[in-house]
Design a protein around this ligand. Structure first.
Ligand SMILES: Cc1cc2nc3c(=O)[nH]c(=O)nc-3n(C[C@H](O)[C@H](O)[C@H](O)COP(=O)(O)O)c2cc1C
Length: 361
C-alpha cells in the first residue's frame, strides 16, 4: 500500500500528466513527506520520435507543471529543481512541497484528471476571442500562441500532416514504435494507447491490426494496396480539417537543451489544461515538428534516403505555413496541434498506479 502523505496526494494527481504515446517516462522516489525525487528517462533507444530525448523532456515538463498545479490544491507550492546526473538519458528533478495556505489554488487543477487527447473530428466552429485569450492568459512568460484558422490554412496543414503521416507509416523504424504502443481491442490502457482512442473506425482498425502483424505485411499493404491511404485520411487529413483551429506554441528563444524542453513542456501542459477548462478538446501533432527538427539538424533518423528527403520537404512546407501565419522562425515552435469543440473522448489512456510508478529510496 502506498502512503498518504501530501507528496503522495500531489503525485497521485500529477501522474495524469500527458506523455508521448502514454510512455510515462518518470518514476517517483518519495524522499520524505514533502520531497519527491522524480527520475525522468527517455525512449531514445526504441522510439524514432524521441532520438534526442526532447519529446520525453517535454513530457517531464508536463509532469512537473502538473505537480506544481496539484500542490496548490493542497495548500502548498512546489519548488522544482533539476539536479545534474551527468547522464542526459537519466534525469532527476527534485520537487519540494512548501506549505503556503496563502498561495491560491490554481484554477487549472480541476482539469488535471479530465484532460485527455481527442483524436476524432471536432466541430468547425472557430474559437472565440474569449476562448483564445483564456488560453493565452495561462501561459508562462516567454511563450505565446500562434493560431491558424480558416479553410485555406487548414487545408495546407491537412496536406502537410497527410505527407508527414506517410513517413510515419512507411518507415520500419516507426512501425516498431506503433506496434509496441497500441493496445488492441481496448477502450482504456494503463501504459499504452488503446486502439479505440486512435480516431479510426472499426473496419479500419481491423485492417490496421491485421496489417501490423509484421513489417512484411505492412510493406505489402503499403506497396500493393495503398495501405496508408485510409488510415491517413482518417487519422490525419480529415481531423486536420475538422477542428476549430490549429495552434503553435512559440518560445521567445529557440529551445536548445534539456531545461528549455522541460520548460516548454510546462507551458504546453498549461495550454492544454486551459483548453480543457474552457471545454475545448485538443490533439497534439508533434511529428511534423520532430521531422522538421531532424531535417534541420541533418539527423539520420531512418535508413531510407527517401524518408530523409520527405522530412526535408515537411520542414520546408511547415516553415512556409508558419511564415504565412507570421511565425518567422520555425525552430521557436515547441508544440503544435489542433483544437476545437468536441465531445470528450470516450476511449482514453489511463495511467500506471502510483504504486507502480514509485521506486524505493
Ligand atoms: C510530448 C507529447 C507529444 C505528443 N504527440 C502526440 C501526437 O503527435 N499525436 C497524438 O495524437 N497525440 C500526441 N500526444 C498525446 C499522447 O499520446 C497522450 O497524451 C497520451 O497517450 C496520454 O493520453 P491522454 O492525454 O488522453 O491522457 C502527445 C503528448 C505529449 C505529451
Amino acid at each position: 500500500m502506498t502512503k498518504n502523505t501530501i507528496a503522495h496526494q500531489v503525485f497521485d494527481l500529477a501522474r495524469w500528466a500527458p506523455s508521448g504515446d502514454n510512455t510515462q517516462p518518470w518514476r517517483f522516489e518519495f524522499v520524505d513527506d514533502r520531497h519527491v525525487r522524480v527520475h525522468g528517462f527517455d525512449t531514445r533507444h526504441h522510439c524514432v520520435y524521441d532520438l534526442d530525448g526532447h519529446a520525453s523532456q517535454l513530457s517531464h515538463g508536463a509532469l512537473l507543471e502538473t505537480a506544481a498545479i496539484a500542490a496548490t490544491q493542497f495548500g502548498h507550492r512546489a519548488e522544482v529543481e533539476r539536479s545534474d546526473t551527468g547522464n542526459d538519458e537519466r534525469l532527476a528533478y527534485h520537487v519540494r512541497l512548501v506549505p503556503d495556505p496563502a498561495f491560491p489554488p490554481d484554477r487549472l487543477g480541476r482539469s488535471i484528471a479530465v484532460r485527455t487527447v481527442q483524436r476524432r473530428p471536432m466541430s468547425l466552429r472557430l474559437l472565440t476571442d474569449a476562448e483564445k485569450s483564456a488560453i493565452e492568459a495561462e501561459l508562462p512568460r516567454g511563450y505565446r500562441v500562434a493560431w491558424f484558422e480558416g479553410g485555406r490554412v487548414k487545408a495546407r496543414l491537412a496536406a502537410l500532416l497527410f505527407a508527414s503521416a506517410k513517413i510515419r507509416l512507411t518507415m520500419p523504424e516507426a512501425y516498431r514504435v506503433h506496434r509496441d504502443v497500441i493496445e488492441w481491442d481496448a477502450r482504456h490502457s494503463v501504459d499504452k494507447v488503446p486502439d479505440q482512442a486512435l480516431g479510426v473506425n472499426a473496419a479500419s482498425l481491423r485492417m490496421m491490426r491485421f496489417a501490423m502483424h509484421s513489417w512484411e505485411r505492412v510493406a505489402f499493404f503499403n506497396r500493393y494496396l495503398a495501405g496508408t491511404l485510409l488510415p491517413r485520411v482518417q487519422m490525419d487529413w480529415w481531423p486536420a480539417i475538422a477542428c476549430g483551429a490549429h495552434f503553435a506554441l512559440l518560445s521567445d528563444r529557440t529551445p536548445a537543451g534539456i531545461d528549455d524542453y522541460v520548460s516548454a513542456g510546462r507551458a504546453t501542459q498549461r495550454l492544454w489544461l486551459a483548453a480543457t477548462a474552457s471545454q475545448l478538446q485538443l490533439q497534439p501533432a508533434l511529428t511534423p515538428l520532430i521531422f522538421s527538427r531532424y531535417a534541420r539538424e541533418q539527423r539520420r533518423f531512418a535508413e531510407g534516403d527517401h524518408h530523409l528527403a520527405a522530412a526535408r520537404d515537411i520542414a520546408r512546407r511547415l516553415g512556409s505555413v508558419l511564415e504565412a501565419g507570421g511565425v518567422h522562425d520555425a525552430s521557436s515552435v515547441v508544440f503544435m496541434g489542433r483544437i476545437g469543440e468536441a465531445p470528450v473522448a470516450h476511449a482514453r489512456s489511463l495511467r500506471l498506479s502510483l504504486e507502480a510508478l514509485t521506486v524505493a529510496s
